[in-house]
Ligand binder design. Structure first.
Ligand SMILES: [Fe+2]
Ligand SMILES: [Fe+2]
Length: 277
């Protein structure tokens, strides 16, 4: 199978200057802020795990277009890791959030996964995680007002990540189809990815709320419930696209959302250092 990515995948080197941020940078809501902080905390090591999982199979890929897309995928994920690492460090420096321990927990969990699962199992999990990030990214692109204008660069950072997750959303999938293609392995990878994603982000959010004494902030909790269930509906609105993944004939670009990228790509220029691919 060849690359099925219908658009160029651009590696943008970004340079977000992180200003002093309010502790609850997401509209003064501790629950949503710490959920987004938990996501950001898992990104750098998670994305290195995705890069390694795809790289393991890179030399088996014959299609030159897919080879090129893999290089761009690796470039994008490496940059996401770098920018989110800086963001996470700012959360530690500015607000003394206990993220170092959490980052270590993610590192240990991924180290365990490397030992416990074979190369093809880790590629299948990566395909699952990538679909997850793609449908969450799509939600952000569709409802840009949810993240736009959130304390300056924080909204920009998450939007840039959403754009690039969309651009490269089928790279790991196409590699998996080329080198393996086992439907049930793909299903199992998705179930594992879903389980780990939910468990790690919600546990980490809970722990950060506990650290801040904000677990009983009911106004924030209600805001978070609305965020997850209605607007943007981080759980509910992704269900149809999530379930589509389980169709044997599924491909990520069957959800063609190229039109959502156009408006966003122009906005990224402001923080771009140089276009390298
Ligand atoms: Fe990423
Ligand atoms: Fe990705």
């Amino acid at each position: 199978m060849a690359s099925k990515t219908p658009i160029p995948i651009r590696v943008r080197r970004m340079d977000y200057a992180i200003p002093p941020m309010p502790r609850y940078w997401y509209r003064d809501n501790a629950w949503i802020t710490h959920y987004m902080n938990a996501l950001s905390t898992t990104f750098p090591d998670g994305e290195r795990f995705f890069i390694d999982s795809v790289r393991n199979f890179q030399d088996q890929i014959k299609d030159p277009k897919l080879q090129k897309d893999i290089r761009a995928f690796i470039g994008q994920e490496a940059n996401h890791g770098k920018e989110h690492e800086a963001f996470n460090q700012a959360l530690i420096d500015q607000h003394q959030l206990p993220l170092a321990k959490k980052i270590q927990f993610v590192k240990n969990a991924l180290k365990f996964a490397k030992k416990r699962y074979s190369d093809r199992e880790r590629l299948a999990m990566t395909v699952g995680f990538e679909h997850f990030t793609a449908i969450l990214a799509n939600l952000m692109l569709e409802q840009a007002d949810v993240i736009e204008n959130i304390d300056g660069m924080v909204g920009d950072l998450f939007m840039w990540h959403a754009v690039e997750e969309t651009e490269h959303k089928s790279v790991a999938f196409d590699v998996f189809q080329e080198v393996d293609g086992d439907y049930w392995l793909r299903v199992r990878g998705m179930v594992q990815a879903t389980f780990f994603f939910m468990l790690v982000t919600l546990r980490m959010q809970h722990s950060l709320l506990k650290h801040d004494g904000k677990r009983s902030d009911w106004r924030a909790a209600l805001g978070f419930a609305k965020f997850m269930l209605f607007k943007p509906g981080m759980i509910t609105r992704i269900i149809p696209e999530y379930l589509d993944f389980y169709r044997p004939s599924f491909h990520p670009w069957q959800h063609d959302n190229r039109h959502l990228l156009k408006a966003r790509v122009a906005d990224l220029k402001a923080n771009e250092l140089a276009q390298v691919a």
